[in-house]
Ligand binder design. Structure first.
Ligand code: SF4
Length: 347
């Protein structure tokens, strides 16, 4: 392990080692901001680029995987099926950092069945939804996360209530739930780093304006509206296991969430928001407020409980520490006694 320097991380790698292909998305798309935040987070956390599995589905958002960490494994799956592919990768090698990037179209409609079961099983992965409330790739139809009454460039108004993917994750017992805005780099980088450190399913809703189809001044997922109505819950800092804890703390207003890998997410509450992200009831109250006050979007760490959620899927399934592909025939084959025991269960 190297010393962290001004231009390299503790693995001795430069930020450019975490880059990918040149983006082909529209100039100014929020998704490209998120790509930069993913690169910053993985670089700063010293994630081994060769140990990353990037999975995505279909949509503008799902092209994101091509734009970061070109040294990692990447799979662009069938529409809405990203969670299955990610689950397979996480099960095959429990040491992989599995970064799933999807969109509101890919997750909240065709992929909903897959999404809820990945949450329910507590698959060990980071699941980012680049949420813009619109199907950008097919020219601007409303998605299921679009707010009721929202308007897109064509002038059409959405008649249906939105689906809140954070609320659904909370209902299913998810141990890490966050919401952020692509325009807030500091917040999103800290949240992605914490999501990587979390053991189990980490749900990250990244509101990401579509500048081409859903960016009118009153578009509730557009840049102008978000800049005015985004309420940031906390000032977040992330302290890696190899860093000395040097975070300014104001007594009574700072919570340190200790992550399983020895890192710490330092949550400094802002303004009047007394939200404690380790308190599930408080997190649900924030989500309800978000839905009730149509004028606000609350961003930050909504909920984190590294110890209270059920064990990650690979622990439930008693998977070995070694990647499955490295097991030899002797390790894979049950012993005579184990086989006899198994056969006895069928008699
Ligand atoms: Fe981004 Fe919208 Fe363009 Fe798709 S259509 S790349 S979501 S700005």
């Amino acid at each position: 392990m190297s010393e962290t320097t001004a231009t390299t991380n503790h693995l001795g790698l430069a930020r450019t080692d975490y880059g990918g292909a040149k983006s082909t998305l529209c100039l100014g798309c929020g998704h490209d901001q998120i790509t930069r935040h993913i690169i910053a987070a993985t670089y700063e956390s010293g994630v081994d680029p060769y140990n990353v599995a990037k999975t995505s589905g279909i949509g503008c958002s799902s092209k994101t995987g091509a734009y970061f960490i070109n040294k990692g494994y990447g799979i662009n799956s069938v529409h809405g099926r990203m969670p299955s592919v990610a689950t397979g990768a996480a099960m095959a090698n429990r040491h992989l950092v599995v970064l799933g990037v999807s969109g509101d179209g890919d997750t909240a409609s065709i992929g909903m069945g897959q999404f809820v079961h990945a949450v329910r099983r507590n698959t060990n992965m980071v699941y980012i939804v680049e949420n813009n409330g619109v199907y950008g790739l097919t020219k601007g139809q409303f998605s299921a996360t679009s707010d009721k009454g929202a308007r897109v460039k064509s002038g059409e108004v959405n008649d249906y209530a939105d689906i809140d993917l954070c609320q659904i994750a909370m209902d299913l017992g998810c141990g890490f739930v966050a919401r952020s805005f692509s325009g807030d780099a500091k917040q999103m980088v800290a949240l992605i780093r914490a999501a990587i450190a979390h053991k189990g399913f980490a749900r990250h809703d990244a509101i990401s304006p579509c500048v081409t189809f859903n960016n009118l001044p009153d578009s509730t997922k557009g840049f102008a509206w978000l800049k005015e109505h985004n309420v940031t819950l906390h000032d977040l800092g992330f302290v890696a296991p190899y860093d000395a804890v040097q975070v300014e703390q104001a007594p009574g207003t700072t919570v340190s969430v200790d992550m399983p890998d020895g890192s710490h997410l330092v949550v400094h509450k802002l303004g009047d928001h007394e939200h404690d992200p380790t308190d599930r009831a408080a997190a649900l109250a924030v989500l309800q407020r978000d839905r009730g006050e149509a004028g606000h979007v609350y961003t930050g760490l909504l909920y984190c409980s590294p110890t209270q959620s059920q064990p990650p899927l690979e622990d439930i399934k008693h998977l070995p520490d070694a990647p499955l592909a490295t097991l030899n025939e002797r390790e894979l084959r049950p012993s005579r006694d184990q086989f006899a025991e198994l056969m006895a269960t069928f008699r």
